[in-house]
Design a protein around this ligand. Structure first.
Ligand code: F6P
Length: 556
C-alpha cells in the first residue's frame, strides 16, 4: 500500500467554508437555543440520528441548517471521505511512523476480506481471537491450573495507557456480563502502591498475570511485571518454571516477551497498525474476554463494526461520528471552547472519561500538521467528566452559570443493569437517575430567565444570582441497555470523531511523539536522584533545587 496522499496540505483557515463559518458565528451567537427551538417546533425530533443501538439527539446545539452545511463543506475541503477510505483500506496514513491505521480491521467479521501490505489481515485477526478464545475457555472452565495444580480465581492485567484504560473501562462497564468467578484486577501505575494494593488479597497459587504492552518496553509495565514475578515466585517458593502457568503476555514484541520468561505459547499478538489507544478490541482485551467469555467479546466487536460500517458508508450529512465531530470542531475553533465534558449516567461507566482522555487527547493533542507545518488553529478538545449524578454536586455549577462554554455529552440508558426502590418505595432509583439526565440537558439549554424568577416572588437582590442563562450546548446519547455491543458502539463513535477532527485539523492522530522526552528524562533523572555523588545540576535552577530537596529528604 502506498503512503497517504489524501491530505490536501492546504491551510483550512484560508478556505471559503472556514471564512463563511467565521461570518456565520456572530449571527448564531445572537440566537438563544430557546429561539432556535421556537422557530422550529420539530427541531428536537429532526436533529437526531440513530446508529446501531444508539439514539443521538444533537438538537440542543448552537447550530442551524447553514452551520451544518458549512461544516460539511469544510470537511469536504479537508478530503474527509478520501482520508476515511484510505484508513479503512490500510493506506499508511500514520505518516510519521509509516504505518497503516487499521483498528477497524480488528472487528471485521471472519468472512470479510482485507489484504494490507501483502498480509491477510482478517485471517490474522481471527487467528488471534481463536487463540484468545481457547485460552480464556481454559481459564474460565478451571482446566487451566496454576503451578500447584489449583484453578485461577484472579487475573491481574499489568499495562498502562491503552494497555490498561480500555480493559479497565470495559470490564467496569460490563460488570453484569461477568459470568465467571474469576475476578480481574488492573495495575498500571509505577507507583508501588498500585501493585501492593492489587496483590493484597490475592492467592499466588490462583493468580494469573497478563502483561499487556504493545511494545513490551514500557518502563511502568516491565517494572510492575518484574515485581509481580518476584511476588509470585516468593509466595510459591518456586523457581522460574512456575512463570509459565501464571503469566501470559499481549504484545507485538515476541522477542522481549520471551526474554522476560513468558512462554511464547501464552503470548497473544497484535500488529503495529493498532495504536495503543485503539487496542481494547485487540488481544489487549484478553482480561475482558476472560471475564465475559468469547461469545460476549464477539458481540463487543460486533458493536464496533456496526459503527464502523455506518461511518464508512453513510453520507457525511447523516453520519453520526462526522456530525458530532463537526459540532466539536465548531465549538473548538469558532467559539473558543477549550473542553468537552462527558457525563455517563451510568456508574459502571465511571472510567469512560479517563478512557476518552487518552483516546482523544493523545490522538489530537498536536501542534504540527501531518506535513510538518505548524497548525493555524486550535486542536485537541480537552475531554473530562464524571458519572452523573456525582458531577452535578461537583462541577455542574460552572457548566450552568460559569463564563466558559463547555459542550457536554450526556450518555444514558433506558433499562438499568441494577435498580432499587426509591426511599418512599414508590419508584425506581434508575428513573430518579434518568430524571436528572433529562433535567440537566433541559436546564443547560433553556435555563431560567430573570422574569421567570421574579414571577416566583424572589427578592430582587437575589434574582441575578438565580438567573440560569441556558444556551449551553449538549448532545444526548441514549441506548436501551449497556450491553457489550453498545459499549463497542460508543467507543467506535468517539474513535471516529477523533479521526474526523484530526482530518480537519490536518494532523496525524495516530502518533504520540510528545510522550517520549519525559520518558527519557525520567531515566536520566533516576540516576541523579538515587546517587548522592551524582551532580544534581540539571541545567535549570528549579529542577536542580527540587532534586536537592528530594535527595535530602531521602538521606542522600
Ligand atoms: O503513553 C504513551 C504510550 O505509548 C501509549 O500510547 C500507550 O498506550 C502506552 O504508552 C503503553 O504502551 P505499551 O502498550 O507499548 O506498553
Amino acid at each position: 500500500m502506498g503512503t497517504d496522499v489524501s491530505r490536501s496540505g492546504k491551510d483550512i483557515t484560508t478556505t471559503q467554508p472556514w471564512q463563511a463559518l467565521e461570518a456565520h458565528k456572530p449571527i448564531l451567537a445572537e440566537r438563544h437555543l430557546r429561539e432556535l427551538f421556537a422557530d422550529n417546533p420539530s427541531r428536537g425530533r429532526e436533529l437526531t440520528i440513530d446508529v446501531g443501538d444508539l439514539h443521538i439527539d444533537y438538537s440542543k446545539h448552537r447550530i442551524d441548517a447553514e452551520t451544518i452545511e458549512l461544516l460539511l463543506s469544510l470537511a469536504r475541503e479537508a478530503n474527509l471521505e478520501q482520508h476515511r477510505d484510505d484508513m479503512f483500506a490500510g493506506v499508511h496514513i500514520n505518516t510519521s511512523e509509516d504505518r497503516a491505521v487499521l483498528h477497524t480491521a480488528l472487528r471485521l467479521p471472519a468472512d470479510a476480506q482485507l489484504v494490507v501490505d501483502g498480509q491477510d489481515v482478517v485471517h490474522d485477526v481471527h487467528e488471534v481471537l481463536d487463540a484468545m478464545g481457547a485460552f480464556t475457555d481454559k481459564l474460565r472452565s478451571g482446566e487451566w491450573k496454576g503451578h500447584t495444580g489449583k484453578p485461577i480465581t484472579d487475573v491481574v492485567n499489568i499495562g498502562i495507557g491503552g494497555s490498561d484504560l480500555g480493559p479497565v473501562m470495559v470490564y467496569g462497564s460490563l460488570r453484569h456480563y461477568v459470568d465467571t468467578d474469576i475476578r480481574c484486577h488492573f495495575v498500571s501505575n509505577v507507583d508501588p502502591a498500585d501493585m501492593v494494593a492489587a496483590l493484597a488479597d490475592l492467592d499466588a497459587e490462583q493468580t494469573l498475570f497478563i502483561v499487556a504492552s504493545k511494545t513490551f518496553t514500557t518502563l511502568e509495565t516491565l517494572t510492575n511485571a518484574a515485581a509481580a514475578k518476584r511476588w509470585l515466585l516468593d509466595k510459591l517458593g518456586a523457581g522460574e518454571d512456575a512463570v509459565a502457568k501464571h503469566f501470559a503476555a499481549v504484545s507485538t514484541n515476541a522477542e522481549a516477551v520471551s526474554n522476560f520468561g513468558i512462554d511464547p505459547v501464552n503470548m497473544f499478538g497484535f500488529w503495529d497498525w493498532v495504536g495503543g489507544r485503539y487496542s481494547v478490541d485487540s488481544a489487549i482485551g484478553l482480561s475482558v474476554m476472560a471475564a465475559i467469555g468469547k461469545e460476549r467479546f464477539a458481540e463487543f466487536l460486533g458493536g464496533f463494526h456496526t459503527v464502523d460500517t455506518h461511518f464508512r458508508t453513510q453520507p457525511l450529512e447523516s453520519n453520526a461520528p462526522v456530525l458530532l465531530a463537526l459540532i466539536g470542531f465548531w465549538y473548538s475553533n469558532f467559539w473558543d471552547a477549550q473542553s468537552r465534558v462527558v457525563l455517563p449516567y451510568s456508574n459502571d461507566m465511571a472510567r469512560f472519561a479517563a478512557y476518552l482522555q487518552q483516546l482523544t487527547m493523545e490522538s489530537n493533542g498536536k501542534s504540527v500538521k501531518a506535513d510538518g507545518e505548524h497548525v493555524t488553529t486550535d486542536t485537541g478538545e480537552i475531554f473530562w467528566g464524571e458519572p452523573g449524578t456525582n458531577g452535578q454536586h461537583a462541577f455542574y455549577q460552572l457548566l450552568h452559570q460559569g463564563t466558559r462554554l463547555v459542550p457536554a455529552d450526556f450518555i444514558g440508558f433506558a433499562n438499568p443493569t441494577d435498580d432499587l426502590p426509591t426511599a418512599d418505595d414508590t419508584g425506581s432509583m434508575h428513573d430518579l437517575l434518568m430524571s436528572n439526565y433529562f433535567a440537566q440537558t433541559k436546564v443547560l439549554a433553556f435555563g431560567k430567565t430573570a422574569d421567570e424568577i421574579r414571577a416566583e416572588g424572589v427578592d430582587e437582590k437575589v434574582v441575578p444570582h438565580k438567573v440560569m442563562p441556558g444556551n449551553r450546548p449538549s448532545t444526548s446519547i441514549l441506548a436501551s441497555e449497556l450491553t457489550p455491543a453498545v459499549i463497542g458502539q460508543l467507543i467506535a463513535l468517539y474513535e471516529h470523531q477523533v479521526f474526523v477532527e484530526g482530518t480537519l485539523w490536518g494532523i496525524n492522530s495516530f502518533d504520540q511523539w510528545g510522550v517520549e522526552l519525559g520518558k527519557t528524562q525520567a531515566k536520566e533523572l533516576l540516576g541523579v536522584i538515587t546517587d548522592a555523588e551524582a551532580p544534581a545540576q540539571q541545567a535549570d535552577s528549579s529542577t536542580d533545587a527540587l532534586v536537592r530537596w528530594y535527595r535530602a529528604e531521602r538521606g542522600r
